[in-house]
Design a protein around this ligand. Structure first.
Ligand code: NCD
Length: 318
């Protein structure tokens, strides 16, 4: 049955302001799409462009797949050959897109909260374009977070009381930021582990930082994070980084895998550093949701885009 409690948002830049009811409705809608449910009938064309100023395989292609499944017209944008290289600002680039008739921008950018300039307009500004955040620096990654919630919900059917460990380079991970916020709000119990120099005391408000081997037999979800080498410029720990030592201390190897509870799942947003965060031959193991997360991502992004279409009354949707 189609869920009639549909979410409607002007932009989708963060998970911060989502209510638990909106999260539940988006998961339900994504599950409906996953089961082959009909997409909304658009009575007017909707134009979207994907502006990825940082590298991406899955998020970029997943958004494009979601857009095409919804019947949107995708306008190519190639940052490497754009006027951004002539110094044009992101705001002015968005004005260009808006002037040409683009309705929605999906943006990934290295600057935290880059979207502020695009959605909190000054009185003399008239930009009118929907923004969906595909990752801002080490800030937020709402679509990864929402597909993670869908994957956890698919497996356990609820969030309350679930024990979730977020492990790895937490300071530099936008996935971790979004996930710790939303998981806490949904009633899960969050724990952290990994190198202490990539852990920020400000995360204490969301959960407890513990030794990995203490967490392994207790957790329902082991969420592993990639070591974000590209964000370690000037970080002295980057110079001394040793993949083998990291794997031994903070990675899921076979020995730790065998200590996980029967129902426990392993998650990783990708890309995975094999034999660093996770033993390479466990990537496609029974407990590892790496592939399911990517599959769910398409359907969750459809639900998120649809929410913005409704919020902006695009395509004739209300
Ligand atoms: C993540 C990202 O870009 O933040 N990747 C993704 O979107 N699946 C995580 C990462 O790059 O480590």
């Amino acid at each position: 049955m189609e869920n009639l409690n549909l979410v409607s948002l002007p932009h989708f830049v963060s998970v911060e302001d989502l209510t638990n009811e909106e999260v539940a409705a988006l998961i339900k809608r994504a599950e409906y799409f996953k089961q082959g449910g009909a997409t909304p009938r658009l009575t007017k064309s909707v134009y979207v462009t994907n502006m990825f100023f940082e590298d991406s395989s899955r998020t970029h292609t997943s958004f494009e797949m979601a857009e095409r499944k919804l019947g949107l017209t995708v306008i190519p944008f190639d940052p490497a050959h754009s006027s951004v290289n002539k110094g044009e600002t992101l705001y002015d680039t968005s004005l260009v897109m808006n002037a040409l008739g683009v309705d929605l921008e999906v943006i990934r950018h290295s600057q935290n909260e880059y979207y502020d300039d695009l959605i909190n307009l000054k009185p003399h500004q008239h930009l009118n374009i929907g923004v969906i955040n595909a990752g801002d620096g080490s800030g937020q990654h709402p679509s990864q977070c929402m597909l993670d919630m869908m994957t956890i919900h698919e497996h356990f059917g609820h969030f309350k009381g679930l024990k979730v460990a977020i492990v790895g380079d937490i300071t530099n991970s936008r996935v971790a930021k979004s996930d710790m916020e939303l998981l806490t709000k949904l009633g899960a119990k969050v724990y952290f582990s990994g190198p202490d120099y990539w852990y920020d005391r400000e995360f204490d408000q969301y959960g407890k930082y513990e030794e990995l081997d203490q967490l392994v037999p207790e957790m329902d979800v082991m969420m592993l994070l990639r070591v974000q080498h590209e964000r370690h410029l000037g970080d002295p720990n980057e110079k001394t980084f040793d993949a083998k030592a990291y794997h031994e201390k903070y990675g899921i190897n076979h020995q730790r895998y065998d200590q996980l509870k029967k129902d426990t799942i392993i998650m990783h947003p990708g890309p995975i550093n094999h034999d660093v965060e996770l033993s390479g031959d466990l990537v496609e193991s029974d407990k590892c949701m790496f592939v399911q997360q990517m599959q769910n991502g398409v359907f969750m992004r459809m639900a998120m885009i649809e929410a913005v279409l409704r919020g902006r009354k695009l395509g004739g949707l209300a």
